[in-house]
Each structure stands twice: as structure tokens, then as C-alpha cells.
Design a binder for this molecule. Structure first.
Ligand SMILES: [Ca+2]
Ligand SMILES: [Ca+2]
Ligand SMILES: [Ca+2]
Length: 282
């Protein structure tokens, strides 16, 4: 048996190089030295071939001696992506780590089509160079030490989102005060769904009538709100009753006051944007 390959049945589906097992396992004989065939791993007068049920081993029996040569098929490795973004990430240089089912495998990577190329590393990892916002795909395939390539590469679709798109804040330039609580209303939203938080500081305008009664800034806050994509959510910023009283009294005496709004919009990917606006309190 000097041929490198033996014939296998046509309907076998296992791929990979077929190699004879090394050493005594490669050719086993009852009479050969230490169980191996007398002629190294070669077999005199091969007679019949048997294939293991899983298609990964072939056994060749000798006609002239009590010996069997064993060939094992080296199957391709399987590749697994272990870490990296799965859906949306606000990291535009995401890192993926991966592994293979066979030790000693090497890897090739591919981002957004094209050909497979070297992974960036270090080790079994790949870090993308700066990606645009939007959908992307990552693929990786392992090659085992016998050069068998995983022909079903591991892949992952994900999208990069690095900004809050179309953020808007609407607030009237003047806020008419009624009742005994200082209130400033605004509307905010974005082209995408966002969570909104809002706060403000109100202060009597220096030099306005009655301003001397209180110059310390008063804090206003609103309950967080959710706005669907393309929608504006209403937010009502309120001061405490005690703080309100002092500013409202000054307004009654003819003072003017200004509230500085800070509205933060956070998208699903965790990106945030701060919008600021000034409102005259009257
Ligand atoms: Ca293999
Ligand atoms: Ca695979
Ligand atoms: Ca976004």
C-alpha cells in the first residue's frame, strides 16, 4: 500500500485530507515489530478497504500478512465568534474575538464583503478600522494545521450608531407663569427613539426691578420622557414650591428672570446629545 489515497464511496460527505496515522497506529500487524507492520507503515498486498460509519477513517487490510493500515481523514475546523457586537454598537472600531474547534488553527477575517485577509490581532481577535454609521457584517474562518479551511465561516451582522440623529428642542422664548409653582415647558425628540432628561436653572435678571430680593439660582427638573422616532415628547420642568415663591414674588414686583434649559437626548445605542436654550420667565 504505497498510494497516498484510497478510494472512498461517492456519497461520503466528509471533507479533508486523508492521511495515514503516524507510527505504530498507522499500520498494525500481529507479527510486525512492536505491533507495527514489518515494512514501516507500508502494507504489502492491500486487499480490502473499510470505511468507518462517520466517514473519517479508512482501514486497509493486507492479503499477505495479518496487518491493517489506518488512514484518518483530517476534517476542517469549525469557527466560533466568541465576543463582539451582536446588534447595535456605538463603538465604530468594534473588536471581535473568536476560536476554532481545533488547536493550532489560524484565522482569516473579512468585514463587509470582499476577500478574506489577515485578522488584525492580537491573537484570535480582529478590531475594525473606523466604520461608518449603519449596517455591517463580520466573517471569520479558521484553517487547521493541515491547511483545511472552514468552508462555513462564522459571521455576525451588526450596526454602528455613533450619534443621536435629528435631535430637536422646542421651547417658547417666553414662559408665562401662572399659579404658585415655577414651570417651564418644552418639547424634545429626534429622528430616532430617545430617552429625554431635562433640567434648568432660573435666575432673576441682574438689574431688573426687584432683582435684589433673590439672586441665587433656582433649580427646575422634569420627569424623564420617552419620544418615539420622529416624535416630540412634552416635558414640564418644575421648581420646588419654596423656590418658586421667591422668584414669583419678584416677578410680581416687576423683576424679570431667565431659565437656562439643559435637555439631554439618549438613543438606543447609548449616544447622547445635550441641547441648551434660554427662556424668559414672565
Ligand atoms: Ca482538522
Ligand atoms: Ca464553520
Ligand atoms: Ca443614533
Amino acid at each position: 500500500m504505497h498510494d497516498e489515497y484510497v478510494a472512498l464511496s461517492g456519497d461520503e460527505v466528509v471533507a479533508g485530507a486523508l492521511t495515514q496515522k503516524p507510527g505504530t497506529a498507522g499500520c498494525i500487524s500481529e507479527t510486525g515489530t512492536a505491533g507495527a507492520c514489518s515494512d514501516g507503515t507500508a502494507l504489502d498486498d492491500p486487499r480490502s478497504v473499510a470505511i468507518s460509519p462517520d466517514g473519517t477513517s479508512a482501514y486497509v487490510a493486507s492479503q499477505s500478512s495479518d496487518a491493517v493500515a489506518i488512514f484518518d481523514r483530517d476534517t476542517p475546523p469549525q469557527t466560533t465568534i466568541d465576543t463582539g457586537p451582536t446588534e447595535t454598537t456605538n463603538d465604530n472600531t468594534p473588536t471581535f474575538t473568536f476560536s476554532a474547534s481545533e488547536a493550532g488553527s489560524s484565522f482569516e477575517c473579512k468585514l463587509d464583503g470582499g476577500a478574506f485577509g489577515a485578522c488584525s490581532g492580537p491573537g484570535a481577535s480582529h478590531t475594525a478600522t473606523e466604520l461608518s454609521d449603519g449596517g455591517h457584517s463580520f466573517e471569520v474562518r479558521a484553517t487547521d494545521p493541515s491547511a483545511n479551511v472552514d468552508d462555513t465561516p462564522a459571521s455576525r451582522a451588526f450596526s454602528v450608531d455613533t450619534e443621536v440623529s435629528g435631535a430637536r428642542l422646542r421651547v417658547k422664548g417666553r414662559s408665562q407663569q401662572k399659579g404658585n409653582v415655577l414651570i417651564v415647558k418644552c418639547k424634545a425628540g429626534a429622528a430616532e427613539a430617545v430617552t429625554i432628561t431635562a433640567k434648568a436653572k432660573a435666575k432673576l435678571d441682574p438689574g431688573s426691578a426687584g432683582a435684589a430680593t433673590r439672586l441665587k439660582a433656582v433649580k427646575l427638573k422634569a420627569k424623564p420622557a420617552e419620544a418615539a422616532a420622529g416624535q416630540l415628547a412634552k416635558l414640564k420642568l418644575k421648581a420646588s414650591r419654596e423656590d418658586s415663591a421667591q422668584i414669583l414674588e419678584a416677578l410680581d414686583k416687576g423683576a424679570t428672570a431667565t431659565a437656562k434649559l439643559k435637555v439631554t437626548l439618549i438613543d438606543a445605542a447609548g449616544n447622547s446629545i445635550l441641547l441648551k436654550k434660554k427662556v424668559k420667565l414672565v
